[in-house]
Design a protein around this ligand. Structure first.
Ligand SMILES: Nc1nc2c(ncn2[C@@H]2O[C@H](COP(=O)(O)OP(=O)(O)OP(=O)(O)O)[C@@H](O)[C@H]2O)c(=O)[nH]1
Ligand SMILES: [Mg+2]
Length: 627
């Protein structure tokens, strides 16, 4: 093995771009643009920040699946055990292709975890930590042993390897074996190695623990400790299977006694494996077993349920998030209806009570105004939009998931069934649905017309939002009320702006709305300017454009030095993409960044993967913005 071969591999690893998943890119774009546009327009959900956070989490999960598709597509079974017990050999005993073998040996052989998947083609790929993959030749792979990797400090850039190779037929279609580095204190491992070994078992769907019978023929205490650690991870549903390997080195007459003893030990320790196999990896043969035999265990695991389970999980989460919106809008609509009903009653009451006619007129007119406003709150458009956004989001996530199981029709089919089966609370008319997924019914109604186009509705602008109404035209007095102005003030304002208006019954047009809105905004801005403190707090800083002088003036707690450093950092490292990147600047702590939330004009939708300490603040700020 020449050094140049290694350097070539390193060069390729560092120089390869992560592979792109177009479906995921579509999802990302939809989330950042269409969904965010919807979220901005929607105003019923008070706790919208939470919904958005949950969606961002879901996006992260999807992204991980896209980077490492086998974590989605396959059930993964970790192979753990002490050094030299024959973990890699066990995997090799399933490989049907003689020129591909995991490296085996006597002295701490496995260093980089290998994911082994069954496949008709044969390929060995290195995964860099950003999700880039490079092909590794079998001969080179065979030499990637503990020592070589340690010498070249290789593990950091090559955290895992995937080996695709034909495995025993019918056992592994939906499985992925994870060959882990060995561990035992007696063999020179440290406690750090131990926590690492346990950590590598996290997130695996099952564990096969390998014990080499060449050592003592009992379960080493190191193994028992580690298995307890593993159980303590809380993976209660992940089954444990034990392989007593190297049966060929023991007299066959001893094997039953060894199996009995191991069974008792594990029982006493309450580790409860679903089966124990006395096996020889070298011969690829099982001698004895209790509970499930090795083949039965693997065949039992080999079911295409993992993608379906994960898909169901994601689906329920998405539905839950959207139901937050649905409930909030419904609630809002209900309260508006109650308001309307109450106002109607009030009108009737006035007639019955028989108060002074003039007073009744005045009251009645006021009630009329409020009623009109309540009537004009039309929830149909936002509901329709929500249904559309939801349907789009579901189709996009589905596309991403399907892309991950593209080469496994069986998994794709089970995933499809789960994803498209109606769930708990979708309130669509069952007769029109007739066996179709609920979101398709909506799709056929709305696809083509509504997506992406802003329809030209009647409406007015309030607080920077265009409020649509499907009712007949709005009158000036109605809108005046919305702006907290009297009709006379509103008319004067419009005339000042050059509009010809007769009286408060005149129609209020979108052109007027825009002009008034602009003027009011300018006035508000001017008022704010008066108080230096507020103006400082509200003037948003574009962190990627601000000069050092501006930064010093606008950001609390920094002097000219740090301001200059921020600019220098930007020049050296490129634009700030996340708010917490600021904490990389010398002299700026996370705590300081925490205080600066709401100061920047950075769009929060690009603030992904935020430092957990800052996340809480972001939620707070989003809530304020919402108000
Ligand atoms: N006789 C016999 N030897 C075996 C058997 N399985 C593995 N060995 C030998 O045991 C040694 C260790 O095997 P590996 O598969 O590298 O063990 P490992 O558990 O992967 O070891 P690390 O990666 O170092 O943790 C090798 O020399 C193998 O040839 C077996 O069933 N019978
Ligand atoms: Mg090994």
């Amino acid at each position: 093995m020449s050094q140049s071969e290694f350097f070539d591999l390193i060069k390729r690893l560092l120089g390869t771009e992560p592979s792109e998943n177009d479906d995921f890119k579509s999802f990302e774009a939809f989330f950042d643009n269409d969904f965010m546009a919807f979220a901005n327009e929607e105003s019923s959900l008070a706790d919208e920040a939470k919904a958005i956070q949950r969606l961002q989490k879901l996006e992260k999960r999807l992204e991980k699946f896209v980077k490492f598709p086998y974590t989605f597509a396959k059930r993964s079974i970790a192979i753990g055990g002490g050094f030299n017990s024959g973990k890699s050999s066990l995997v090799n005993s399933f490989i049907q292709q003689p020129n591909v073998q995991l490296p085996v040996g006597l002295n701490h052989t496995t260093k980089i975890p290998s994911y082994v998947l069954s496949s008709d083609r044969m390929s060995i790929q290195g995964f860099s930590d950003v999700g880039a993959t490079v092909e590794i030749a079998p001969a080179l792979y065979g030499q990637l042993t503990h020592k070589v990797i340690a010498d070249l400090n290789f593990k950091r850039i090559l955290p895992s390897i995937t080996v695709e190779v034909p495995l025993t037929e019918g056992w592994f279609d939906h499985l992925c074996l994870l060959d882990t580095p060995g561990y035992n204190l007696a063999g020179g491992s440290t406690t750090k190695d131990r926590s690492r070994a346990v950590a590598s078992l996290r997130g695996q769907d099952a564990l096969i623990w390998v014990i080499g019978l060449d050592a003592t023929g009992t379960v080493p205490s190191d193994d028992i400790d580690l298995l307890h650690d593993w159980r303590d991870l809380g993976l209660n549903e992940a089954p444990l299977y034990v392989v007593l390997n190297k049966a060929d080195v023991k007299p066959s007459g001893d094997l039953q006694a060894i199996l009995d003893e191991v069974t008792d030990t594990l029982k006493d320790e309450e580790l409860e494996p679903v089966g124990i196999s006395v096996y020889s990896a070298e011969e690829g043969q099982e001698y004895l077993h209790v509970g499930q035999g090795l083949e039965a265990f693997l065949r039992g695991q080999n079911k295409p349920h993992k993608p379906a389970d994960l898909a169901e999980d994601l689906k329920l989460e998405l539905e839950d998030i959207f139901s937050m919106y649905e409930k909030a809008i419904e609630q809002d609509e209900k309260s508006t209806k109650v308001l309307r009903d109450e106002l109607n009653k009030l009108d009737l009451d006035l007639n019955v009570v028989g108060i002074d006619v003039d007073a009744a007129d005045v009251l009645s007119e006021k009630i009329g105004k409020i009623k009109k406003i309540a009537q004009n709150r039309d929830f149909a458009p936002i509901k329709q939009k929500l249904a559309q956004v939801k349907q789009d989001m579901f189709s996009l996530v589905e596309a991403v998931l399907l892309s991950l199981v593209a080469d496994d029709p069986e998994s794709a089919r089970t995933l499809n069934v789960v994803w498209r089966s109606p769930t708990r609370k979708e309130g669509n008319d069952a007769s029109t649905n007739a066996g179709r997924p609920w979101y398709f019914t909506q799709a056929t109604q709305s696809t083509g017309e509504s997506r992406g186009s802003t329809s030209r509705h009647q409406g007015y602008i309030r607080d920077g939002k265009y409020i649509k109404t499907d009712a007949e035209s709005l009158r000036i007095y109605e809108v005046a009320h919305e702006f907290n102005l009297s009709s006379t003030e509103m008319i004067a304002r419009l005339r000042n702006l050059g509009f010809q208006v007769k009286d408060h019954m005149s129609v209020y047009t979108p052109v007027m709305a825009e002009a008034v809105q602009k003027e009011l905004a300018a006035e508000r801005w001017a008022t704010k300017k008066n108080t230096e403190a507020t103006s400082q707090a509200r003037q948003l800083i574009n962190i990627n454009q601000a000069t050092a002088k501006e930064l010093k003036r606008l950001l609390p707690g920094i002097g000219p030095k740090i301001a200059k450093r921020i600019v220098a950092y930007r020049r050296g490292n490129g634009l700030f993409r996340r708010i917490d990147d600021l904490a990389n600047v010398q002299g700026i702590s996370l705590k300081m960044v925490n205080q600066w939330f709401g100061y920047f004009s950075i769009d929060f939708s690009i603030v992904n993967d935020l430092h957990p300490k800052l996340e809480r603040n972001l939620i707070h700020v989003l809530r304020q913005v919402k108000k």
